[in-house]
Design a protein around this ligand. Sequence first.
Ligand code: ZN
Length: 382
Amino acid sequence: MDLDLSWALIGLPLAFVLGWMASRLDVRQLRFENRTQPKAYFKGLNHLLNEQQDQAIDAFIEAVQQDPDTSELHFALGNLFRRRGEFERAVRIHEHLLARADLNQDDRHRARHALALDFLKAGLLDRAEDNLRQLLGTPIENQALLALLTIHERSRDWAKATEVAERLGQRGEARFENRQAHYLCEQANTLPADQVQAQISLLEQACQVSPQSVRPHLALAELLDRQGQTAAALQLRLDLARTMPRFVPLLAREMTRLALLEGQTDTVRDLLERHASEAPSLDIMEALVQLDQAAGLSDVQARYASHMDKEPSVVAAHLWVRHEPLVHESHRAALERALERAAQPLKRYRCAACGFEAQRHFWQCPGCQAWDSYPPRRIEEL
Ligand SMILES: [Zn+2]
């Protein structure tokens, strides 16, 4: 009994000391983890803020190795890989997240969305679409629909794009009528030239969906024009000029041609004169010169001079010089060449979103794919 008691006397303090040491060890371990993990995390964050993506990736890999259960770091790393164009690594991370049994439902949806974006960026549109369709009916349906819209636009599947835009519009998050009108116009463009009635019906539907969009009305006018219905085509353009005055420079040339055909030059001249005095435009100036010449007026110089009085314009100066006698005629060719070179880039149209320049006006920018990003005016007038 004495022996047992002495063991108890020694054992109890020993157990206490061992327990205390174990607890200290845990606390130290915890402190070590808490100290090292935020350090790697903040290091990564710091590199990100300094736009040093390679170093940020290294720091986040270190953080993920220290705590493989943290999903947020996996998301950060996956998104970084995608942004760097390392799609395979991004896909591996997001697939790994999806395979984890402990991931909650919201993070599972996020991971699937991220995976779809990896496939989208890698150009694997089918696989991206599959993953996005699995997100329909979930709380992130809107994000999935927006990404689906990008896929259908990129694959030029305008019927599917129209469907998705309609669904987004119904959800009321944003207005998609204008986009729907563009898709309907694109659908009409893809139809064979002899399916006139089907084209008209798509364009009329576009006008109905988005009455404030210029494009479907203009496309309808062009279609009627091609069908020889020039009076109706002119009337549509005149209506547009009244309801959408900003687009008159884009309408001016064809409106003038139709006015000459239909003998309605006075109406069009009045309209163009009014616009030219309110907001001078190179296209309107050219259209008025065309009307003057058709009426037998030879003094086109006055039009160019009047435009230059209102706006400093290299394009107008170039046109003016072509008809102006010079004291030193021998220098005409060199002068005209110099002015033409200076004027040429100023006659282009420029995307307001990405700066892409083009000889003609686009409804969707070929550079950045933005819709309605080209102002209806030439670069010189911006
Ligand atoms: Zn652009």
